[in-house]
Design a protein around this ligand. Structure first.
Ligand code: AMP
Length: 202
């Protein structure tokens, strides 16, 4: 099973990809996570784009993704979370990989801004929280799971958020037109969104 999840920043596509990759026993491939987990010169380079709310150039992104899907854990399939985000990436996908379903987890701009500005991540274990939804830490700025300190990602300042939404429209809209994805209402509960996606895959 090979799936692509498309959606605005904050749409919950990452959360859904995580849940569904476990349920379906396939790999969750988030290009954003791969960039954040990178090290050395490559990491410095990609952060010079990410931290300002810009996309990483296509050649770097495509090379990283091609290498990732050759790994053993991708044999049963995968969910792409955050790829493709530009037309050259979409063209590469169309040429090189047969995707079963392309799903757009849709939310409004207002909802995207609200969700993103509330996001916090645990420095220690990576657990995600959101001060503007129902996943609020019990103690202020502290991870419920491991007690680590919560922080806001560099690309989640209000300037970077606005830029990310602008870029989303400019770059992702032509992809939506090209692929005509299945649209899921991302403003429902996490469980209901998962249920809606599973219904499509049945
Ligand atoms: P995400 O975690 O998916 O929100 O991605 C975080 C950031 O990583 C984005 O704002 C981009 O700067 C970069 N990024 C992730 N995926 C891609 C992609 N497919 N193409 C270019 N840049 C990307």
């Amino acid at each position: 099973m090979k799936l692509v999840f498309i959606g605005k920043p904050g749409s919950g596509k990452g959360t859904q990809a995580k849940i569904l990759s476990k349920k379906l026993k396939i790999s969750h491939i988030s290009t954003g996570d791969l960039f954040r987990q990178s090290t050395g010169e490559f990491s410095k380079l990609v952060h010079s784009y990410i931290d300002g709310g810009n996309f990483v150039p296509d050649d770097l992104t495509i090379k990283m993704l091609r290498e990732r899907i050759l790994k053993e854990d991708c044999k049963n399939g995968f969910i792409f979370d955050g790829f493709p985000r530009t037309l050259p990436q979409a063209e590469m996908l169309e040429k090189e990989i047969k995707i079963d379903y392309i799903i757009d987890v849709h939310i409004s701009d207002e909802e995207a801004i609200k969700r993103m500005s509330g996001r916090r991540i645990c420095k220690k274990c990576g657990e995600l929280y959101n001060l503007n939804t129902n996943h609020i830490p019990k103690k202020k700025n502290m991870c419920d799971k491991c007690g680590g300190i919560l922080f806001k990602r560099e690309d989640q300042t209000s300037e970077a958020i606005k830029k990310r939404i602008e870029i989303h429209y400019k770059e992702v809209k032509p992809i939506l037109k090209k692929f005509n994805p299945i649209i899921i209402n991302g403003e429902q509960s996490i469980d209901k969104v998962t249920e809606d996606i599973l219904k499509i895959l049945e």
